[in-house]
Design a protein around this ligand. Structure first.
Ligand code: 13P
Length: 225
């Protein structure tokens, strides 16, 4: 079984990095790259995802990008509600949901990110927090993916234990039987095999390691079980 690898470059990368990806991967692979908007227009020969979208179809929203524009560039996926969007751009659950609905209308698969903060994790509130995010962020129907990204695991080198990821993904699977479920947060070439082996983890959302194509190749090699 081939699991997914979704590369979230965040506000990093370059045309060079895009070329390295083009040389290393084929469009047929289960790899989705989410570079900054400006690189989405380059003919990549890879599955493309955006990191964000604006929820209105068009209009006087200076600096924003619409679903239709992304669809025109053959963007098929879009990260929605990443914790950095929530933290720095104040995206609350209702906005996350509106953005996800906008994606679905444009035949773009929203990858809806959820996750607890360190404080919530330490207070054993993970399940409660995730259930609330699911209730408030998910659009009706199907067609979306969900990425579990504990905020405290992002860019820190710390991950939940295998048992903790297993428990969260079981909870998610029970609620979302046919949804693609990703885990994200400090995934690298060394821990990817163990993470991909977890039941109900359909792939990984990779941040920092996605800036090094050799590391992505290593992760991808573990994604085939
Ligand atoms: P890191 O892999 O750098 O922890 O980032 C995870 C992430 O935020 C992916 O969206």
């Amino acid at each position: 079984m081939q699991k997914w690898v979704v590369a979230n470059w965040k506000m990093n990368g370059s045309k060079n990095l895009l070329n390295e990806y083009k040389n290393a991967f084929a469009e047929s692979s289960n790899l989705i790259i989410c570079p900054p908007f400006v690189y989405l227009g380059e003919p990549a020969g890879l599955k493309l995802g955006a990191q964000n979208i604006y929820q209105q179809p068009k209009g006087a929203y200076t600096g924003e990008v619409s679903a239709q524009m992304l669809a025109e560039l053959s963007v098929k996926y879009c990260l929605i509600g990443h914790s950095e969007r929530r933290q720095y751009f104040h995206e609350a659950n209702d906005i996350v949901r509106a953005k996800a609905e906008t994606c679905l209308r444009a035949a773009i698969t929203p990858i809806i990110c959820i996750g607890e903060t360190l404080e919530q994790y330490e207070a054993h509130q993970t399940t409660h927090v995730l259930e609330k995010q699911l209730a408030e962020c998910l659009p009706n129907g199907t067609g979306f993916w969900v990425a579990y990204e504990p905020v405290w695991a992002i860019g820190t080198g710390h991950t939940p234990t295998i048992d903790e990821i297993t428990a969260v993904h079981l909870m998610l699977r029970e609620k979302l039987p046919s949804t693609t479920l990703l885990y994200g947060g400090s995934v690298n070439g060394d821990n990817a095999a163990a993470i991909f082996a977890i039941n109900n983890v359909d792939g990984a959302l990779v941040g920092g390691a996605s800036l090094d194509v050799k590391a992505v190749e290593k992760i991808y090699n573990h994604a085939s079980l």
